[in-house]
Design a binder for this molecule. Structure first.
Ligand code: FUL
Length: 641
C-alpha cells in the first residue's frame, strides 16, 4: 500500500474538481459475455478421434468405431497438462469431421457406445468436463458441423441431428465457456455408405439462428465461435471469430470490430453506416503444439519448444486476440511426454515473466485527465483492476503519461490494455524511457485493445512514458505493466530426437525420375521443400491428372509415402487428391493408396499415408485434383520404409 501513496497523492490533487461526465462509447462494444471471454486469453484444444488411430487429419467417415480404443484415456492428465501451461480453459473435440460422437448421443448411432473403450459404457465429454472442473479450468466443446459419416448430410435431416447434438452437449455437462464450429464444409465423404460428394452453403445450411438460440437457452454465458447468419438484410455474428491462420498468430494490428463484407476494421475506418451495422467480434488464433491437429507418432520429435510457444503467444495474445493451443492425446489417451514437458516449461516461463510488476510503486503524471477528476486519473493504470482507465477530456486525443519508478528497474516486456467496454479507440501508441539521460523510443504499436504485449530491448530506467499518438475518441488506457521476461534454456524433448533434414536428402540419394507427364519432376524428390514440380510453369496450364515415376535404385519394402505440399501459402496447383502406385519392375503397377489430403488449405503440413507393406523399386505419384486452378505443384514426395 505504501508504495502506492505517491499516485494517490496525485489523485487527491485532482479529485477536488467536480465529477467529470463519463465518456461515451465509441463504435461497437463487447457484451458482458465477451468481456469474460477476453479475460480468458489462453486455453487448450484437444483433438481426439479415429484419426489418432488411423494417422489421418480428416477421417472420411467410414471408420469402424472399433478402432477407437485408447488404452488409458486420462482426462485428468489432459486437463493437468493444460493447467500447467497457464491455460484457463480447454475445448474438447467431441465430434470431428469423421462424425464419431465421443458422448452417447441419441442423434446418431455413430458414437462412443459402439467403441470398445470401456465396452462403450462411457461418456468422454462428461469425463473431460469433470476433469476441467477438478483442475479449475473452464470447459468448452467443438462439434464439427461437417459430418462425413451422416447419411443425411446436405439435407434437413442432418441439421436436425446437428442441433440435437448441440442441445445435448450444452444441456448436460455443466458450464461451457465456448462452443467451436469449424469452417471446413461439404465435399466427399462416406455419408451412410453413399460415398459421394455433397455441397452446402456454410452460412445458410446449418441453421445458425437456431444454433444460437439453443446455446443461449442452455448456456447464456457461453461464447459462440463463428456461426454467422444473415436475416432481414442484417448480419448476426457469433461472439468471436477465427484469427485467420492455423499458425496461431493474428494480424498486427488485429481489430475486434467486423462489419458485413468488410475486413475487421480500425475505429477510423468506421463510417456512420458501419457504426450501426458493425459488431464486436474479436479474433481467436489457433494452432497445435505439433505440426498436425491429431497425434501422429512421427511428430513426437516435432513438438514446439517453449520458446516457440512464447513467440506464438506474443503474436496472438500479445495482439489482443485469444489463443487456443492444441494438445492432442496419443493412442493411450494421454498427452505425450514431449508435449507435457514443453507446455509445462512454457507455463513456468509465463509465470516467471508476469509474476512481478516492475512498475509498482511508480508515481504517474498525465498531460490531461478527464475533467481533472481523479476517478479518471492515471493511477488507474497501476491498480489491480485491469479495466479501470485513465481517460482524457473528449478533445484530447494524443495525451501522454509519465511513470517515475522508485528506483531503476530492468525490463524487456511492456503490457498495455484499454478499457474496451468503451469500444476500441486507440490507433497509435509509443512507449519511451529515459536512457542515458534522453527520452528514447522503445516500441510503437498501431492498436491496444484487450491486451497488447510489446517485447522491447532490455532496458534499465526509472522514467517511462506512454504516448498515445492516434485515437478515434479520447483514449481510455486501462493497464500499464513492466516485466522482465527470463531467457530460455535450451529445451530438450524427453523422448527421441528431431530427424535431420540431411537424413531426408540422404534417403533419396540414388533416386531417379524416370518419366513425368509434364516438365522436370526432380524438384519433387530433391529434398528441398522450397523447390517444386510445377505443371503451370510458363503461364500455360498443363491440366490434371499429371504424374511422375521414380526409380529408387533398389527394391525396398514400402509402408507408405509422404507428401509435402507447396509451402509458399499459395493454393494454386496444391494437390489434394492422389493415387500412389508401386512396381517392382517399372511395368506392372499396383495401386498402394488413393485418396485425399485433408485440411491443406488451413494447415499445409507434410502428409503421411500408410499402406499394407509391399515390395517396390519404382513408385508413381498421380496428382488427380488440386485446391485451386487445375495443375500440379508438389514440393516433395518421400517414402516410408
Ligand atoms: C480445421 C479443421 O479442419 C481441423 O481438422 C482442425 O479441427 C482445426 C482446428 O480446424 O479447419
Amino acid at each position: 500500500m505504501n508504495m502506492r501513496i505517491p499516485s494517490l497523492v496525485l489523485a487527491s490533487i485532482v479529485s477536488s474538481a467536480p465529477a467529470a461526465t463519463p465518456p461515451k462509447a465509441f463504435g461497437p462494444v463487447p457484451t458482458e459475455r465477451q468481456m469474460r471471454w477476453h479475460e480468458l486469453e489462453f486455453y487448450a484444444f484437444v483433438h481426439f478421434t479415429v484419426n489418432t488411430f488411423t494417422d489421418r487429419e480428416w477421417g472420411f467417415g467410414d471408420e469402424n468405431p472399433v478402432i477407437f480404443n485408447p488404452t488409458a484415456f486420462d482426462a485428468d492428465q489432459i486437463a493437468a497438462a493444460a493447467k500447467a501451461g497457464g491455460m484457463r480453459g480447454l475445448i474438447f473435440v467431441a465430434k470431428h469431421h469423421d462424425g464419431l460422437c465421443l458422448w452417447p448421443t441419441k442423434s446418431t448411432p455413430h458414437n462412443i457406445t459402439k467403441t470398445p473403450y470401456k465396452n462403450g459404457k462411457v461418456d468422454m465429454v462428461k469425463e473431460m468436463a469433470e476433469a476441467c472442473e477438478k483442475a479449475g479450468i473452464k470447459f468448452g466443446v467443438y462439434v464439427s458441423p461437417w459430418d462425413r459419416n451422416h447419411a443425411e448430410y446436405g439435407s434437413p435431416g442432418y441439421v436436425t441431428a446437428f442441433h440435437q447434438q448441440i442441445d445435448e452437449v450444452t444441456a448436460n455437462y455443466g458450464p461451457i465457456f465456448e462452443m467451436w464450429f469449424d469452417g471446413a464444409q461439404g465435399g466427399d465423404g462416406y455419408y451412410g455408405g453413399k460415398r459421394d460428394s455433397r455441397t452446402i452453403n456454410y452460412n445458410t445450411y446449418y441453421g445458425w439462428k437456431e444454433v444460437h438460440a439453443i446455446i443461449r437457452k442452455n448456456q447464456p454465458d457461453c461464447a459462440i465461435w463463428s456461426g454467422q447468419y444473415e436475416e432481414g438484410g442484417r448480419s448476426y455474428y457469433g461472439d468471436c471469430r477465427w484469427g485467420g491462420s492455423e499458425a496461431g498468430d493474428v494480424k498486427d494490428p488485429c481489430w475486434p470490430v467486423v462489419a458485413p463484407g468488410k475486413e475487421p476494421m480500425a475505429p477510423s475506418e468506421l463510417t456512420q453506416g458501419e457504426l450501426t451495422e458493425a459488431a464486436w467480434c474479436p479474433a481467436e488464433g489457433d494452432t497445435s503444439i505439433r505440426p498436425a491437429w491429431f497425434w501422429h507418432e512421427k511428430d513426437n520429435s516435432k513438438v514446439k519448444s517453449p520458446e516457440k510457444l512464447m513467440d506464438v503467444y506474443l503474436s496472438c495474445v500479445g495482439r489482443g486476440a485469444n489463443l487456443i493451443l492444441n494438445l492432442p492425446p496419443d493412442r493411450r489417451g494421454h498427452i505425450h511426454e514431449n508435449d507435457v514437458s514443453s507446455i509445462a516449461e512454457f507455463g513456468k516461463h509465463l509465470q516467471a515473466t508476469f509474476a512481478t510488476r516492475l512498475e509498482q510503486g511508480a508515481t504517474c503524471a498525465a498531460s490531461n485527465t478527464r475533467g481533472n477528476d481523479a476517478s479518471y486519473g492515471p493511477a488507474n493504470l497501476l491498480d489491480a483492476d485491469q479495466w479501470s482507465a485513465w481517460i482524457t477530456d473528449d478533445d484530447v486525443l494524443t495525451p501522454e503519461v509519465t511513470f517515475t519508478l522508485p528506483e531503476a528497474k530492468t525490463f524487456n516486456l511492456i503490457r498495455l490494455r484499454e478499457d474496451i467496454r468503451l469500444g476500441q479507440r486507440i490507433e497509435g501508441v509509443a512507449v519511451d524511457a529515459i536512457v542515458d539521460g534522453t527520452w528514447t523510443e522503445l516500441a510503437t504499436a498501431s492498436n491496444v485493445g484487450a491486451i497488447r504485449l510489446l517485447r522491447v530491448p532490455q532496458t534499465t530506467a526509472t522514467q517511462v512514458r506512454v504516448r498515445i499518438t492516434k485515437s478515434a475518441a479520447c483514449p481510455a488506457l486501462s493497464d500499464f505493466g513492466l516485466f522482465l521476461e527470463p531467457k530460455f534454456e535450451t529445451w530438450i524433448p524427453p523422448i527421441g530426437t528431431a530427424p535431420k533434414v540431411a537424413d531426408a536428402v540422404k534417403a533419396k540419394a540414388g533416386w531417379k525420375v524416370v518419366s513425368a507427364s509434364f516438365g522436370d519432376a526432380n524438384a519433387a524428390v530433391d529434398g528441398n521443400p522450397a523447390t517444386f514440380w510445377n505443371t503451370h510453369p510458363d503461364g500455360k496450364e498443363h491440366t490434371l491428372p499429371q504424374e511422375f515415376v521414380v526409380d529408387m535404385g533398389s527394391e525396398k519394402t514400402l509402408k507408405g509415402f509422404t507428401y509435402l505440399p507447396r509451402q509458399d501459402k499459395i493454393m494454386h496447383g496444391m494437390v489434394d487428391q492422389y493415387t500412389f502406385q508401386i512396381s517392382v519392375d517399372g511395368n506392372t503397377w499396383i495401386t498402394a493408396a488413393e485418396g485425399e489430403f485433408g485440411n491443406l488449405r488451413a494447415n499445409p503440413i507434410e502428409q503421411s499415408i500408410s499402406f499394407a507393406p509391399a515390395k517396390a523399386r519404382y513408385f508413381k505419384f498421380i496428382a488427380r485434383h488440386c485446391l485451386e486452378m487445375n495443375h500440379a505443384i508438389v514440393a516433395e514426395i518421400g517414402v516410408i520404409e
